[in-house]
Design a protein around this ligand. Structure first.
Ligand code: HT7
Ligand code: ZN
Length: 859
């Protein structure tokens, strides 16, 4: 497959002012007539040939200006039409088979309903078209089909007409007045019912809202609707963005490759991010639904009104929209807890990506398959990069920048450069060197050393951006670091400051310190970097107790544990030092449990140990089994030495009232935290407590938390409760996904055999991405399963990739990256991982998606 390069961008030679589509719908056969008005683009190099992208299509007929034409030919999958004049009307007929579309790109069938997914390049599987984001067109869509099978017919914009046809058919016509790229086109036809409501915008426009689901799911749509209304309101107040049509529809489908899709006025969602009630969805699910509903809604401006010029600019819409959804969720709940969660995701998913073979800048330079670049780097690091601009500008000036961006580029297909320039102009920042964050991959490492002489504290900072594939040498990045210097006696600091490290090495001096202060650095995680510093445990304990920045407090707890475990894993710590390290951690934990000022949501964060992936990331070469053993050893020690505190904390939380308040959610969170430590320290006690929590549960949060603990234990309650859970929720796909995931992520020694057996369960299918992900993704995080010394875990994932690739290449390719970590794993496992990648690479026929990921991983 060819390599597509950012530098080769050229505008499309034709414009497509209008597009008319006529669908005659059927699950096995849908016919599509496309009528495009085309005219020459005066800003592009002229061409007499109109290249229309296709993917697996055959033209059943081509007409130019109403006459059947033969001035066309195929070039691979693309249709080339020779056009003599400056403006023409081109019509093309195609026929597709939605039921046979297991890739879930283009038009496909899901449980008898028809729906589309066009981003990034799915539209070309529906009809021939310039399927690129810089060709904007106004769409009119007519759908016709059996009224019994497809009583609801939806597309973008407004429904302009509808009527009955012959033989039980009916039709509807939709018109979207906003010009859009093909990737935002959507169509849905099926037996759906709606939760309806309305929202009145700041300028008085009444918008009809509807969330469409299967009838049996209707009762679980209220939270999604409330989240949508909150999103609409928040975007007006926080970014001045108002909705621009009279309708906004959301449809939930159970077969979906990603979380959701922001099609203009017809968002299509994975059911996972729509359906919730307390019995079947956890507090985490509720938060995720609110976040994803917000994310897709916010795309209406950051993505739809202003779209991307080409797919290299993906972070223009995704990075910015992730930042917007993060700020929204923070405003709706706990700001510090949300920040901690976002950083945890960044560190456990994006940092490993940035230090591995798939590392790429937030604005990549080349790709073979764009679906492979919907990554944590483009999304989450992209959000962090824009967040840094916000930090440097301050909220108010940043808002001036975003206002200018929306104003200046409304209706355009823009670039990341356009965004940075608008922020520069609007916020009054100089971002010349800051643009390197768009060009250079790799997580910068910043080493920090504080010296104290006389009354002056001097901070020495040094940065290094590691080499990444294709980028051996890096230039220094501007790194904004929020810092504070704490007085040891009072526990207070002299004011937070923002220092920006712009050079490879720099020093910053602060006068007025009689005693050496305690440094709090990268507060609120102001820059997506790894801070490396020698710091005494006592300083970390001090910050864990005193820092007024909640993120920094969390960070101190994490650093304390990471430092301790790293020492043990490198062998630099003897038994006596291990005991003193544990004692310091134990004290910090006890203080957190006892701190009456803390809310329980935050307490739960402070009591979370750094994950195994994050720990592995701290080492040049990791031994997953050793990391697991040391981390579990610490957990067991904490569980034993804090047993009575943990039991008391669990009892207190169990007595808290239910509901969806922050207090109730916090209580549920720490109940499960307590069980996690007790399970390691006193498995019998934990089994009894978890079984009781399971039995008493009135929420999925409590039930899933208890079952998660039990699945990692080996007592009889494991089997009982797993069976009970399955029988209780049989038929509810999203909950059965949890049942698979809980078993696949467990600490149980036989997880590999269990996952193998689960793959043969009658409810398991490779056709449904949620089900595939729920079984195999959590498994890739298991030291004793995925990283089993036998190599059986690696083989299982490689077999999965090979079997899934012809069915759903996008989902298959996502499983390559866990194997791609081979260079950072100890030699024996590393060889086994590499061997599996080579086996995949040698397969006779691989999709573009999997081929690209495997070759990059081996390269
Ligand atoms: N913009 C959406 C991306 C998306 C997608 C991409 C590739 C294949 C399937 C897909 N489904 C949705 C999602 C978002 O970021 O909002
Ligand atoms: Zn998005």
């Amino acid at each position: 497959p060819p390599l597509i390069r950012r530098e080769d961008y050229a505008p499309y030679p034709w414009r497509v002012p209008t597009t008319e589509l006529r669908f005659v719908l059927g699950v096995d056969k849908t016919t599509v007539q496309a009528k495009l008005k085309v005219e020459r683009n005066p800003h592009a190099n002229p061409a007499n040939v109109l290249r229309l992208n296709g993917d697996g299509l055959k033209p059943a007929g081509v007409w130019i200006d109403g006459s059947l034409a033969n001035s066309w030919e195929m070039d691979g999958d693309d249709l080339l039409i020779t056009l003599p004049g400056d403006a023409h009307e081109v019509s093309i007929d195609t026929q597709i088979d939605p039921a046979g579309n297991s890739q879930l790109m283009g038009l496909y069938a899901s449980n008898g309903m028809l729906c589309t997914q066009c981003e990034a390049e799915g539209f070309r599987r529906i009809t021939f078209f310039p399927d690129r984001p810089d060709v904007l067109s106004t769409y009119t869509v007519r759908m016709e089909g059996s009224k019994a099978d497809f009583p609801v017919l939806l597309s973008n914009g407004n429904c302009t007409a509808s009527g009955e046809g012959e033989d039980g058919s009916h039709w509807a016509e939709w018109h979207d007045p906003w010009p859009k790229p093909s990737y935002l086109f959507a169509l849905v036809a099926g037996q759906l019912v709606a939760n309806t409501d309305s929202f009145t915008t700041m300028n008085g426009r009444k918008v009809d809202l509807a969330i469409w689901v299967r009838p049996e799911d209707l009762s679980r749509t209220d939270h999604a609707m409330e989240s949508l209304k909150r999103s609409m309101q928040w975007d007006e107040q926080a970014f001045g963005r108002e909705y621009d049509l009279d309708v906004f529809n959301i449809v939930a489908v159970s077969d979906f490759n990603m979380g959701a899709m922001e099609n203009k006025s017809l968002n299509i969602f994975n059911t996972k991010y729509v359906l919730a009630d307390q019995e079947t969805a956890t507090d985490g699910d509720y938060d995720a639904i609110e976040g994803v509903i917000g994310h897709e809604y916010f795309h209406n401006w950051s993505g739809n009104r202003i779209t991307c010029r080409d797919w290299f600019q993906l972070s223009l819409k995704e990075g910015f929209t992730v930042l917007r959804d993060q700020l929204f969720s923070a405003a709706m709940g706990s700001e510090p807890v949300k920040r901690i969660e976002d950083v945890r995701v960044l560190r456990s998913v994006q940092f490993p990506e940035d230090s591995g073979p798939l590392a790429h800048p937030i604005r990549p330079d080349s790709y073979r398959e764009i679906s492979n670049f919907y990554t944590a780097t483009v999304y989450n690091k992209g959000a962090e990069v824009i967040r840094m601009m916000r930090t440097m500008a301050g909220e108010e000036r940043f808002r001036r920048g975003t206002d200018l961006y929306f104003d200046r580029h409304d209706g355009e297909a823009a670039t990341c450069e356009d965004f940075v320039t608008a922020i520069e102009d609007g916020a009054g920042l100089d971002l010349a060197d800051f643009r390197r964050w768009y060009q250079q991959a790799g997580t910068p490492k910043v080493s920090a050393k504080l010296e104290h002489v006389g009354d002056t504290a001097t901070l020495h900072l040094e940065q290094a951006v590691p080499a990444t594939p294709g980028q051996p040498d890096k230039r220094p990045m501007p790194i904004p670091l929020k810092i504070a210097l704490f007085d040891r006696k009072s526990g207070k600091h002299h004011g937070e400051q923002l220092v920006t490290l712009t050079e490879a090495q720099q020093t910053f001096s602060f006068a007025g310190f009689d005693e050496s202060p305690v440094l709090s650095i990268n507060r609120d995680f102001s820059a997506p970097v790894a801070i490396e510093r020698e710091v005494a445990d006592e300083d970390l304990v001090f910050l864990a107790a005193n820092d007024d920045d909640p993120f920094a407090r969390y960070e101190a707890m994490q650093d304390l544990v990471v430092g301790h475990l790293r020492g043990l894993l490198s062998g630099s710590v003897d038994a006596a030092k291990r005991d003193s390290g544990r004692a310091a951690i134990g004290e910090a934990f006890r203080a957190v449990i006892a701190d009456g000022e803390l809310d329980d949501l935050m307490r739960g964060e402070l009591l979370t140990l750094p994950g195994e992936t994050y720990l592995a990331e701290q080492m040049l070469v990791a031994d997953p089994a050793a990391i697991r053993a040391e981390r579990e050893g610490l957990k067991a020690w904490l569980g034993q030495s804090l047993e009575s505190d943990l039991v008391a904390m669990h009892e207190r939380a169990a007595a808290a009232p239910g509901g969806m308040s922050a207090e109730a959610k916090g209580a549920r969170k720490i109940k499960t935290s307590a069980l996690v430590f007790l399970a390691a320290g006193n498995p019998d006690l934990a089994e009894t407590m978890a079984a009781a929590q399971y039995d008493a549960a009135t929420t999925m949060t409590d039930r899933q938390g208890a079952l998660m603990v039990l699945t990692s234990l080996q007592g009889p309650q494991r089997t009982h409760k797993l069976l009970d859970f399955y029988n209780r929720f049989k038929g509810n796909a999203l909950v059965i996904d949890k049942w698979f995931a809980l078993q696949a992520s467990s600490l149980h020694p036989s997880v590999l055999e269990q996952v193998k057996a689960l793959a043969g369960h009658p409810d398991f299918t490779l056709k449904n991405p949620n089900r595939v992900r729920s079984l195999y993704m959590p498994f890739t995080g298991t030291a004793q399963g995925f990283h089993a010394a036998s190599g059986g875990g690696y083989k299982m994932i490689a077999d999965l990739i090979l079997e899934l690739d012809p069915i759903n290449p996008q989902t298959a390719a996502r499983f390559v990256s866990p194997l791609g970590r081979w260079r950072r794993i100890e030699p024996e496992r590393s060889a086994l991982m590499k061997g599996e990648l080579e086996r995949i690479a040698a397969a006779p026929k691989l999709s573009r998606d999997t081929y690209e990921q495997v070759t990059r991983s081996l390269g």
